[in-house]
Design a protein around this ligand. Structure first.
Ligand code: AMP
Length: 217
């Protein structure tokens, strides 16, 4: 199964993609995670991407595409794409890349969430430096056995970067909704509320997407 999860920053794409990938035994492909790994490893690509990521700007298409292409090629039979595509150009490339391999998307799921909820989620998010686990200071506080000094704020979760990410979302990523909207595999889900509630909504949508895909000639 091939699924795209997209939506604004803070919509919970990463959390839901992770759960979905586990449940359905799919590869979880997050371009944000791949970029952060390259930055941490100090590769040439990582150094180029770092200034964009840390300031909340989108990384140029050609850089992200090389990461996406390699990851998708490795797991073309089953993946959840998280955070890709983020521009119409990326969506067009993905359509033609998958089309050439007769491997269409079965579900394109857009997670919707209000801007004030996004800001609260991102500004209060903390990440464990070693495990990469995500917490929220109010709604998902770290358990007592987690060393608080290992929790850090992502540079792009600081107020200025959040603002930039939101404006990049409106400018470049929102048009991707129009790109996919007419597709039978496109669905929107409400991303607010509990992780479990959102998970349930995604499961419902997936059932419908699978039924629609199997009835296609
Ligand atoms: P994320 O972990 O999905 O929130 O992504 C973190 C950051 O990585 C984004 O704010 C961008 O700077 C960069 N990034 C991730 N995916 C893409 C993409 N598809 N296109 C451009 N930049 C991306």
């Amino acid at each position: 199964m091939r699924i795209v999860l997209f939506g604004p920053p803070g919509a919970g794409k990463g959390t839901q993609a992770n759960l979905l990938a586990e449940r359905k035994s799919l590869a979880h492909i997050s371009t944000g995670m791949l970029l952060r790994a390259a930055m941490k490893a100090g590769t040439q690509l990582g150094r180029k991407a770092g200034e964009y990521v840390n300031s909340g700007r989108l990384v140029p298409d050609t850089i992200v595409r090389s990461l996406a292409e390699e990851a998708i090629s490795d797991d073309i039979e089953g993946f959840v794409l998280d955070g890709y595509p983020r521009t119409v150009q990326q969506a067009e490339w993905l359509t033609s890349f998958l089309g050439e391999r007769s491997a269409p998307l079965q579900a394109i799921i857009c997670i919707k969430i209000r801007e004030e909820v996004i800001i609260s989620r991102l500004s209060k998010r903390r990440v464990h430096r070693k495990t990469g686990d995500n917490y929220h200071l109010d709604f998902r506080p770290p358990p007592p056995n987690v060393d608080a000094s290992a929790l850090v704020q992502r540079p792009d979760d600081r107020p200025e970067a959040i603002k930039k990410r939101l404006s990049e979302y409106h400018r470049a990523t929102e048009p991707v909704i129009s790109y996919y909207e007419e597709d039978e595999a496109f669905f929107s889900v409400d991303g607010e509320g509990d992780v479990k509630d959102v998970r349930r909504r995604i499961d419902d949508v997936l059932e419908r997407a699978l039924a629609a895909a199997s009835s296609r000639p």
